[in-house]
Design a protein around this ligand. Structure first.
Ligand SMILES: NC(=O)c1ccc[n+]([C@@H]2O[C@H](COP(=O)([O-])OP(=O)(O)OC[C@H]3O[C@@H](n4cnc5c(N)ncnc54)[C@H](O)[C@@H]3O)[C@@H](O)[C@H]2O)c1
Ligand SMILES: [Zn+2]
Length: 356
């Protein structure tokens, strides 16, 4: 069992190891350390049949009353409508401010549960139990919660830190390979931002399904996220580096009607931005070749099916736009990125430089 403590506006542990779901009741009891009586497990219809029963058993044995809210899986359901149903459900079950929510699932479950926890009764505690590699390496840590609006991804949200993160590494065994890859993309992103050795490690790894490999990825990526979040919890400066590949990635997700999943879209977005940076001579060292080498090793599809005009239009609705400029994360060397603002009208030309 590994433990990393995050010192944000709330201090909490990220615990990683096998078999954690069956110990979750006691670990959550310790983290909540007081009078929580009822917990609500929030999960989607794929994850619930796999892991809800052992979690519920463990919580019941630790003395919690357990209620469950299950929603249909998929990005279109990361919506205000699902959050509204969830909050009405919590009110119907009379959860109080001392009770807590438990997100059991991937990034979608974590983002929407966290947002409901931030809003219900003006804030209740929540626990993250990530079951995808993406949620384990990225979304379960750091307290960014939210849902999509029709205009774009994550346009409604709150900063709300969890009280505990439990990554049970056994859950990765049931994850389809393409969803495992979504998590690898975020780990590659973490390497590109801050840790060249992590990129080399992913490049040399034999298999992403090896628990030692994905545990190392989550450990290293969470440490990078920890440093960034502790320095800039509310995303006004350095934390924006974590958006490498995301402005264009979100545009790709949206243009594809979410057929292209988040990690795959971020992989394409990183390749586009690294190519543009190279063509514009904005990089100090070649970032494109090592990035393409690692993305190609894991067979990420990198041919973007959308034009620069389509992507720019979708990206400009993104929340990262500030007035007449948009902030881009530019890789300047493997393991080193910089924030650069460009005028919104230059975005299309910039993306054009990045399309092969
Ligand atoms: N808050 C943040 O900081 C942050 C960071 C990165 C990404 N995100 C968000 O995370 C979301 C993507 O997360 P995701 O890729 O985990 O998506 P997801 O939650 O939809 O999970 C992917 C799919 O895998 C299934 N699944 C989950 N765990 C499983 C398991 N153990 N076995 C079998 N199937 C399983 C789910 O039902 C779903 O169909 C996006 O909405 C993205 O915007 C948020
Ligand atoms: Zn992401």
């Amino acid at each position: 069992m590994k433990k990393i403590t995050i010192n944000a506006s709330r201090k909490y542990d990220v615990i990683t190891g096998p078999g954690l779901i069956s110990q979750a009741g006691q670990l959550i009891r310790t983290a909540l350390s007081d009078n929580a009586k009822t917990v609500c497990i929030v999960s989607d219809d794929n994850v619930s049949p796999l892991y809800r029963a052992p979690l519920k058993k463990s919580l019941t044995e630790a003395g919690f009353k357990v209620v469950s809210f299950i929603f249909p899986h998929g990005e279109p359901n990361k919506s205000l409508s699902t959050v509204s149903h969830l909050m009405e459900f919590l009110a119907g079950k009379q959860l109080t401010r001392s009770d807590a929510l438990i997100a059991l699932g991937g990034g979608i479950t974590g983002d929407l549960t966290g947002f409901a926890a931030a809003s219900y009764l003006r804030g209740v505690r929540f626990i993250q139990i990530p079951t995808t590699l993406l949620a384990a390496v990225d979304s379960s840590v750091g307290g960014k919660t939210g849902v999509n609006l029709k205009a774009g991804k994550n346009l409604a949200g709150a900063f709300w830190q969890p009280s505990l993160v439990l990554f049970d590494t056994d859950t990765i065994k049931t994850l389809p390979y393409s969803i495992l890859l979504d998590g690898a993309a975020e780990a590659i992103k973490a390497g590109m931002i801050a840790d060249r050795n992590l990129l080399d490690y992913i490049m040399q790894a034999d298999s992403l399904t090896d628990p030692e490999v994905f545990t190392t990825l989550s450990d290293r990526a969470i440490r990078i996220k920890q440093a960034v979040v502790e320095a800039d919890e509310r995303d006004t400066g350095a934390r924006q580096l974590l958006n490498l590949g995301h402005t264009i990635g979100h545009a790709i997700e949206k243009c594809s009607n979410f057929e292209i999943t988040h990690g795959h879209a971020v992989a394409m977005g990183m390749a586009i931005i690294a190519r543009a940076a190279k063509n514009l001579n904005w990089s100090r060292e070649d970032c494109l070749s090592p990035l393409l080498a690692v993305l190609n090793k894991y067979k990420f599809p990198l041919d973007c099916p959308y034009s620069a005009a389509q992507l720019a239009e979708a990206a400009l609705k993104d929340k990262k736009r500030t007035g007449d400029t948009i902030t881009l994360v530019i890789p300047v060397a493997p393991g080193d990125c910089r924030l650069t603002q460009i005028p919104v009208e230059k975005l299309e030309t910039f993306i054009q430089k990045g399309l092969a």
